[in-house]
Design a protein around this ligand. Structure first.
Ligand SMILES: [Zn+2]
Length: 430
């Protein structure tokens, strides 16, 4: 492609600096809080109507029957598509439209869409309405520039990413929206820095372990078996034997921040005995706890496999069964996602690398995310490998009070997205 066209596209995007900020602010003012999934329909319509005005064919797709969908909180996704001139690949920009609750600690209105000091403030500016706005403006600038391209461009706004994406990208992928031949390349503008391409993420394995005891009077605990003491022994053994091993497992995946470039384990929740609330409501019974439950959140690496991850927890539980009288347990798996990483030599990654270098004048970094995002569904359900995250915003600001996105970052990443889309559509990836 001629460098002139690329420069023209970049200039078109630069000229829309105020527009990208305004669009981000407009999106933030639609409080798509999840849970419960507020205002999804309004946000999907807002986006769909804007794209329809540019000539996109727009579909509103409610994930009826999916988890969380109800008439009060319909899980409405929007997918918009525009055809270029003649046959070619399809480049798809997917953003989640949901945001997490505002929480405490804000010094501005989290849903006010305030624009100040070169930034847009509000819940979801960084994660990821700024990325959505940047991709929309990039595509609109490309269309308005009159630069010809083959193939097709799609833009989608999907729901529920913050709660797993099951009524969003997973559901759309089940309907064929993230598979060939419909789509060839997917870019998810999540906030992972304008100079970095996010190739994938670590795996997740969530499980609940229940230690079972035997009930007795609290004044004579020797007549029962305390499930809480059993759980204490489990946690202690995990501390002593498992944590040191996990810390030594480093991955080849370029996970950021660096401390996440290893296996990790979090105890999500822990409960044993009568609910604590019972103490506020009345005088509780004196009991030896006969059950204690813990939820484990294990993040694992490409170099590990899920059977091993499970196996090392079971090995600890088995050891405790052998060591402690009447130690009984049950383990149930709640959720798992394997690690995923897109080939850094794929045309998608190379196109983004090249355009980052042109726009920012510095080489692209390759990173991987500590947690999962919707790429998992594109990979596993859509069976599409060519998917990465690339977008403006600073990962650490996601879900924080006074969340913001830099307008400069949105403009730069829109220039990268527009240039990369054009290269991919034209098959111009050296
Ligand atoms: Zn996000």
């Amino acid at each position: 492609m001629s460098g002139d066209e690329k420069e023209r596209l970049s200039a078109e995007i630069e000229a829309r600096r105020d527009e990208v900020a305004a669009l981000t602010a407009d999106l933030v003012r639609i409080p798509t809080i999840n849970p419960p999934g507020d205002e999804y329909e309004a946000c999907a319509r807002f986006l769909g109507e804007r794209l329809a005005a540019k000539g996109f064919a727009v579909e509103y797709l409610r994930a009826e029957g999916a988890h969380g969908d109800s008439d009060a909180h319909p899980r409405t996704n929007v997918v918009a598509r525009i055809e270029g001139d003649g046959d070619g690949p399809c480049v798809h920009f997917n953003s989640h439209i949901d945001v997490v609750a505002a929480g405490e600690g804000w010094t501005c209105d989290p849903f006010g869409g305030e624009i100040r000091d070169g930034r847009v403030y509000g819940r979801g500016t960084c994660d990821m309405k700024g990325g959505l706005a940047a991709s929309v403006v990039a595509v609109e600038a490309l269309l308005d520039s009159g630069i010809a391209f083959p193939g097709a461009i799609e833009v989608s706004g999907s729901v529920d990413e913050e709660s797993g994406g099951y009524a969003g990208v997973a559901w759309l992928a089940e309907q064929g929206y993230f598979s060939r031949p419909r789509v060839d390349h997917v870019i998810i503008p999540e906030p992972l820095y304008k100079d970095a391409v996010c190739l994938g993420h670590r795996g997740v394995w969530w499980a609940e372990v229940e230690v079972k005891g035997r009930i007795a009077h609290g004044s004579m605990p020797f007549l029962g078996v305390s499930a809480i003491r059993g759980m204490g022994a489990f946690i202690e053994m995990v501390e002593r034997e498992l944590y040191p091993r996990l810390e030594q497992r480093r991955t080849e995946m370029p996970v950021i921040p660096d401390a996440a470039r290893q296996s990790t384990l979090n105890f999500n929740s822990l409960h044993g005995g009568l609910p604590e609330r019972a103490y506020a409501e009345g005088f509780p019974s004196a009991l030896v706890a006969d059950r204690c439950r813990i939820v484990l959140d294990r993040r694992y690496l490409m170099e590990e496999d899920e059977a091993e991850v499970r196996g090392e927890i079971v090995a600890i539980l088995e050891k405790l069964s052998a060591e402690r009288p009447e130690f009984n347990y049950e383990i149930s798996e709640l959720w798992s996602v394997p690690p995923t990483m897109t080939d850094p030599q794929s045309p998608l990654v190379r196109a983004l690398d090249r355009n980052i270098e042109v726009v920012l004048g510095q080489p692209a970094r390759h990173v991987a995310s500590p947690g999962t995002y919707d790429q998992k569904h594109v990979r596993r359900i859509g069976n599409l490998e060519n998917c990465v995250a690339y977008g403006p915003g600073i990962l650490e600001l996601a879900h924080q009070p006074d969340e913001y996105v830099d307008i400069d970052d949105m403009v730069a990443s829109a220039q990268v997205m527009g240039g990369a889309a054009l290269d991919l559509l034209r098959g111009d990836v050296a």
